[in-house]
Ligand binder design. Sequence first.
Ligand SMILES: *Cc1c(COP(=O)(O)O)cnc(C)c1O
Length: 466
Amino acid sequence: MLTNNIWKINGQPMNNTIKRIWERFLIIISQRKQQVNMNVVTVNPLFKTSLSTLDVLVESILKNELIRQTTSLNLIASENLVSKAVLEAQNNVFINKYAEGYPGSRYYGGCMFADELEKVAIDRAKRLFKCEYANVQPHSGSQMNQAVMLALLSPGDTIMGMDLKCGGHLTHGSTVNISGMWFKSVSYGVDLKTGTIDMNEVLNVAIRHRPKLIIAGTTSYPRTIDWKAFRRVADIVDSFLLADISHVAGLIATGLQPSPIDHCDVVTTTTHKSLRGPRGGLILSNKRELFNRLSNAVFPGLQGGPMMNIIAAKAVAFLEAQQDEYRIWTKSVVENAKAMVERFKHKKIDIVSNGTDNHLVMIDLKNLGITGKQVTSWLDRCYITANKNTIPNDLLSANTTSGLRLGTCACTSRGLKKEDFERVADMIADVLLEIKNKGEVSLPLETRTRMEVLDLADKYPICYNV
Ligand SMILES: *Cc1c(COP(=O)(O)O)cnc(C)c1O
């Protein structure tokens, strides 16, 4: 029954304490097996009843969602498709385990394997982003940013992030978010001519308001951020600098975009966007003293027990992101976005900042006289999934918007090639132009687009066993 593997964790020999405990377990288990008459062993039915027997309703919803994902093209820039290995890794017995605390200092017993798992995830995150400290526990992107604010600020302090319309995130000081309610929030935007961050404005706003925390990082900004320039501003006004790299983390990990880690006090990222892992957050830093404060802010400041089952999937995603296949994938992600931009320009459709450096394509609908809200609902009918987004100088609300945000991560994961993305851009362009000309998408165009989408969907299936 014993294999050599059981004495290894992550290919490494177990440490002696764990090995001793485990050896004792196994001896007792084998002695018991010899004594017990196996006929009297009762397995609680809860371990036997599968989802399809217990709950047809939820099971059918899961199946329907798989069909939706399989039969549509996903261009939502904050989404991706995880690998089979990541999906498998998230579905594990740590769902049962409480592990409040950190490796080596937990508030619960039985944490030896939780400790090993979290250490593996931390080590891989540090190697991936070439940094000294990593906290893998944040349940989400919002919570990782809250933890930074809890660690570094007091209520009423001033924070400075990017204007939501220009690409900032809700958690960077929006008035509808705790970051804008509990802190005084000021913002910088982009140069309206170039669509790129105006570092002079950043400096001016910083000098005027003296924020205690400056946040660089975006959710709908297609260009590269100059981390060094942000550092200079932060030094001038003596503020902390947070880089939230949620969208481009994968491109930074593979060196396609510059890394902020040496220029910032803290770096945060979600793990489910370009990183292609499970839903969650990650906090990185090179500063020991700050990092202790950050970890205390995550737990016990904000969260209780970490989701160790999700941390298993994070660890797997961090491993994947260090492999050649992933590096090649990130390169394709950017090439595919650039290819889409070229097709849109060819069809005289305006692109915010007139191009892209990453996975994002931001379409400016102002000159077409149509709204993001209209466009996304017509695209949905054509089985193309995307989201409306405000753009710099948008006169419309976040609910209507003059912009459409597209991203290439999910479809690149699915296998679509540059030519396919060009085809998809053409389909979207035709839809936009018809909405502009006729106020709607005609039935023939809707049918034609659906057929083309299903063609691509069939060519690149999503093969999950749900
Ligand atoms: C997505 C995102 C977040 C928030 O992530 P959630 O997991 O949805 O809470 C935070 N910051 C940025 C820049 C993001 O893009």
